[in-house]
Design a protein around this ligand. Sequence first.
Ligand code: SF4
Length: 366
Amino acid sequence: MSDTIGLYIHIPFCHSKCPYCDFFSIRGNKTDYSGYVNLLESKIKSWGKKIDKMVDTVYIGGGTPSILGAQLICYILDCVKNNFKVTDDAEITMEANPFSGKIFDFAEVKRHGVNRVSLGVQSANDNELKILGRIHSLDNVKNTLFLIKDGGIKNISLDIMLGIPEQTKESLKKSIDFCFDSGVTHISSYILKIEEGTFFHKHRERYDFPDEDTTADLYLFAVDYLAEKGFKQYEISNFSKKGYESKHNLKYWNLDDYLGIGPAAHSCVNKKRFYYNRSIEDFKNDDIVDEGAGASRKEYIMLRLRLTEGLYFEKYKEVYGELPSKDFFSKTDKYCKMGFMKTDGKSVSFTPSGFLLSNSIIADLI
Ligand code: SF4
C-alpha cells in the first residue's frame, strides 16, 4: 500500500452548461460559491483526520474552479495544507476556463502553491468553439495564457477536442499549432462523445457530427502530429513534453491511492473504492457510496492498458502472484498480429489504432 495519496477537489460550478458536458456542474452565484467553500472546508477537515498519508498531488477540478476567483481557491489550498501533510514538491493543479481565467489572479494562487494549470481551450477555431457552446473566444484563451505565465506558472496543460462538427485535419492542425506555439507542457486531446442526457444527445439531428472513420482519422493524425511537435503520448488521450506527464492523473491509471472530495468525486484508498453522488446535498450529508474492493485484476489490466507503456507481465505477477492467464496471452497475440497491440515479450500495449478500439478489445481481454 502506498504511503502517498493524491487529493482531488471538485468545484461543481460553471458559467453555463456546455451542450456536450456530462460532468456534474451547475450554474451558481457568489453566495453559492462561498457556502460551498465552507462546506468543503468542513469535509477537508474531517478527511484530514482520517488520512495519514503524505499528499503529493492536489487537483482542483470541476466544473470550473477559476469561477470561484483566486481568493476562494487560496482559501481551499490553505485549508488542505492545514489539514493534510502535503509534500514540499507536490504537484498542485487547478483547472481554469478561458472565460473566467481572463480576469483571474494566477500570481496569487501560485503564491499559495498552484504550480500547474489545466486550461479548457477545446479548439483554436472560433467556429468550432461556437458549435461546442463554449462562451470563450480564442482571444480569451490568449489573454488567460498570458496571465498564467505572467503569474509565474510554467507547467500548463491545454485540452483540445477531436471529432467536432466542421473540424478538419487543417483546423485540428491549427489547434495543435496553437498549443505548440503557446509553449505549453501538456496536451489532453479527447474525442467528443455524445453522452446521454446532454443537449447534444437530445438534439443530435441538428448537428453534423463526424462519423467514426473521420474521427479515427483525426485521432491518428493528432497522435502523429503531436509526436512531431515533441508531445509524447503516454495515455489514450494525453500527451506531454518529457517529464511533464500529469502526476495526479497517473495515479488513476496506476491504481495508486487518491481521495476525491466533492459531489461526483471518486476515491480509491487502501484498495477500497467509494464515491460521492452527483448531489451537493448528498455531499453535505456525507452520503458516500461504497464500491467495494478496488485494484482487481480486471481493473489493473483495464487501467494499465490505457497507458502507452502498457502492462508489464512481471509487475502484474508481483501484484497478483501469477502471470496473466493463457487466454489473455492468446488474445493479445491475436491483437498484435492484427496491428492493434504490440509486445516486446515483457509487456503488451496498444498501438494508436488499437487505442481507438480499446474499449471492445479490453472487454474481450478481461
Ligand atoms: S466548462 Fe467544462 S465542466 Fe463546465 S459545462 Fe463546460 S465542459 Fe462541463
